[in-house]
Every structure is written in structure tokens, then in C-alpha cells.
Ligand binder design. Structure first.
Ligand code: 13P
Length: 306
């Protein structure tokens, strides 16, 4: 079932120390893998379309696959744009009934607030939600150039949320996209302080390659959305590599892509258990209708409105 807004997703789940897994998807196999894992764990999930993937896959193509899969499954699924910068992409997602993340973390604070507020109004008018980012998460996302790390200041975070109206906030507490170059460490005291001052779901980007104990600590201190991309890509690609070097090489798509898809499912199932969200789909009692003004998912893929 599609849940158009992250706000509805979280408001319709019980309170507790767990995070909903948010997984970057790049093609049909990734989408199927995440949905299969969510069904096996009876867990809510978030399918994320990274903006960096759009030139490769096409927004409408990927959105159509995600929304179709979400519509077919009994578990609650939100679809969200990840690291949106382009007005055209943000606008199109809102039009399709997909939640957005506006990443203004590279901008001066006042500009980040101004633009995030503008996109929040656009999202809320269509019944979808918006995630903002304050401070910058290091490392490279989907092969894009990495940003400089700049940790989130708790008091500024409270002001940012108040002035922008975002529904979820991505924080920078030492987390990095991609594989960590040294031993990962998170500023958990900073996270606790943010949690005291900010009363919307907090998001941890860079959820791959983090020690499990640290992931649990972050959830115990308030992380509610855990973003994971690299661990899935690695599982998919390393399975392909193994198969492509076999003799005879399996070249039929199901023989090649099926095991790669299964490898992603296993990683996602493991993450869902780690995040404590197994079984939560059974406790979801939320709005199922598409956002007012949103294009029903069956019509995605049609040309833009004007
Ligand atoms: P990783 O690729 O490090 O898991 O990060 C994913 C992410 O944060 C997407 O926004």
C-alpha cells in the first residue's frame, strides 16, 4: 500500500525505539528486492529515488516502478526523492504524489531555510511530505562528488524545523555516505541534544558500513529513518561479478539478475531486523488514499502537465 507522506507513515505507527529502513533503488530488481524483504519481515519501508540516478534511469520510469510495486504490496510503502536539488525534479515528484527531500545543506543557512520552506509549502499543498538537511553528511552519494562534513548544531536544527515546516530532518553527526574510510564514529551526545529540541523524525544518511552496535545506539537516541544505499549496491554488484566470472557464464537475465536481486533482499531483511521494524506493518493504521492533487500512480509515466 502506498503511503504518500512520511508524516502519515510515522503518525500511523506505534511509538518506540525503531527506525524505518529507507533504501535507495536503481532499477526494477532493487525495487522488487526491497519489497520482497519488507513482505518477509512484515515491515514498513521507504523506497528512495536518488536524484543522482535520474539522468540514468529517468524519474518517471523509476517512479512508475516504485509506485506500482508499492500499490501491489500489503505492507506500507512510502516513495521518496532522495537528495533533491533540481526544482523540476522536486516539482515532478510532488505532482506524482511522491515525498521529497530537499538537500540545501551546501547552501548558507538562510538560503537553506528560505528554499526548504518554499518546497515544504509546495509538498504540503499536495499532501506529500518533505525532509530537509542541516549540516552536511560527508562522502559521495551515488557517485556524486562528496561534500565537506559540517555537523548539525542542535539549536540551529530547532530553528530550521520551526521556520521551514519540514516533516523529517537529516542530521550530520559524523555519518558519511559510502564506505567509511576509517572507523566510523557518531556524535551521540549531539544526537541526543538534537532529539531534545526537535520533535519530528530524525534521519541518518550513510547507513551502510556502520557497526551494528552503533546503528542501535543511534536508534536508541532518536534516529527514526535509516538511509541505506551502498550496502545494497555492493551486494548486487559483487553477486554479478561472481556470476560473470563463472564458466559457462550465466547470460539469461533471470540466471544473472535473480541471484543479484536475492542478495539485495537478504541485506534489506537484515537491516530491517537491525532497525527493529520487523512486524510493524501489522500495527500500521494509516491513510491509504493518494495525496489530494497527486496523480494516481497508474498514470505515472504520462507526459508532464504543461
Ligand atoms: P549509504 O550509501 O552510505 O548507505 O547512504 C545512503 C544514503 O544516505 C542515501 O541518502
Amino acid at each position: 500500500m502506498i503511503v504518500p507522506s512520511l508524516k502519515d507513515l510515522y503518525n500511523s505507527l506505534p511509538a518506540g525505539h525503531y527506525a524505518v529502513g529507507a533504501f535507495n533503488v536503481h532499477n526494477m530488481e532493487y525495487v522488487q528486492a526491497v519489497i520482497k524483504a519488507a513482505e518477509a519481515e512484515n515491515a514498513p519501508v521507504i523506497l528512495m529515488i536518488g536524484e543522482a540516478m535520474i539522468p540514468f534511469a529517468g524519474l518517471d520510469m523509476l517512479a512508475t516502478i516504485c509506485l506500482f510495486a508499492a500499490e501491489q504490496t500489503p505492507v506500507p510503502v512510502a516513495v521518496a526523492l532522495d537528495h533533491g536539488h533540481s526544482f523540476a525534479n522536486l516539482e515532478r515528484c510532488v505532482e506524482l504524489g511522491i515525498s521529497i527531500m530537499f538537500d540545501g545543506s551546501h547552501l548558507p543557512l538562510e538560503e537553506n531555510i528560505r528554499l526548504t520552506r518554499k518546497f515544504a509549502r509546495m509538498a504540503h499543498a499536495a499532501g506529500v511530505s518533505i525532509e530537509g538537511e542541516l549540516g552536511s553528511v560527508g562522502g559521495a552519494e551515488d557517485g556524486e562528488a562528496g561534500k565537506e562534513v559540517n555537523l548539525t548544531d542542535p539549536r540551529t536544527a530547532a530553528r530550521f524545523v520551526e521556520e521551514t515546516g519540514v516533516d523529517a530532518l537529516a542530521v550530520a553527526i559524523g555519518n558519511c555516505h559510502g564506505f567509511y574510510s576509517g572507523t566510523p564514529s557518531l556524535d551521540l551526545v549531539r544526537l541526543e541534544r538534537i532529539r531534545e529540541l526537535v520533535h519530528i523524525p530524525l534521519v541518518l544518511h550513510g547507513g551502510s558500513d556502520l557497526p551494528e552496535a552503533l546503528s542501535r545506539e543511534a536508534i536508541a537516541r532518536g534516529i527514526r529513518k535509516f538511509n541505506v544505499g551502498t550496502d545494497l549496491k555492493y551486494a548486487f554488484s559483487s553477486t554479478l561479478k561472481r556470476l560473470l566470472t563463472q564458466e559457462p557464464m550465466p547470460y539469461q537475465p533471470p540466471a544473472l539478475l535473480g541471484p543479484a536481486r536475492d542478495a539485495v533482499t537478504e541485506v534489506v531483511r537484515h537491516k530491517i531486523r537491525l532497525f527493529g521494524s520487523t512486524g510493524l506493518a501489522g500495527q500500521f493504521h494509516g491513510p491509504l488514499a493518494p495525496a489530494e492533487g497527486a496523480v494516481p500512480s497508474r498514470t505515472v509515466g504520462r507526459p508532464r502537465k504543461s
